[in-house]
Design a protein around this ligand. Structure first.
Ligand code: S3P
Length: 170
């Protein structure tokens, strides 16, 4: 068994939804780094980006992540860009095995296209998804203990696949 479990993956990869199911299957508490960042800042993620910019958001995200090292019994759902900071990539495996939830960019885009995610408020959100995914894919690969392709799976099936895969690596 693992101390904690960390979920990484692109926006729309299902980290929060799969995290909720993993929490009920394992009895571990679900923590969402975006929620903790918003609590720390006392404002929403969108407001943080708008008023202070991405760099400030990343600094808060790193602080929140580091506060989780040493905790036990958590399912940690992270924001999609957590892997872009080298310190975070070093920190993630200290929390627990890192599960990369992946899907094709067409599917990821369909899942986020109607959302208000700050990084996708561009002239060409579809192109932005492609660009960000291309830049981040090697970073997810670098930190991941296991990769789960959730393209053809329900959230529950994805959660079950996560636990089955992790059992093989422990
Ligand atoms: C971000 C993803 C978001 C949130 C912020 C930045 C990113 O989280 O952390 O908007 O850089 O990909 P989700 O992956 O939960 O959407």
């Amino acid at each position: 068994m693992f101390r904690n479990l960390v979920l990484v993956g692109f926006m729309g990869s299902g980290k929060s939804s799969v995290g909720r199911i993993l929490s009920s299957l394992t009895g571990f508490a679900l923590v969402d780094t975006d929620t903790l960042v918003a609590q720390e800042a006392g404002q929403s993620i969108n407001a943080i980006f708008k008023q202070h910019g991405e760099e400030h958001f990343r600094a808060l995200e790193t602080k929140v992540l580091q506060s989780l090292v040493g905790r036990i019994g958590l399912i940690v759902a992270t924001g999609g860009g957590v892997v872009t900071v080298a310190n975070n990539r070093a920190c993630l495996p200290q929390i627990g095995p890192v599960v990369w939830l992946d899907a094709g960019t067409d599917q990821l885009y369909q899942r986020v296209r109607h959302s208000k995610r700050p990084l996708l408020q561009t002239k060409d959100p579809r192109g932005t998804v492609e660009e960000l995914y291309r830049a981040r894919e090697p970073l997810y690969r670098e930190v991941a203990t296991v990769r789960i392709d959730s393209s053809a799976l329900t959230h529950r099936q994805t959660a079950e696949a996560v636990l089955a895969e992790l059992q093989q690596t422990q």
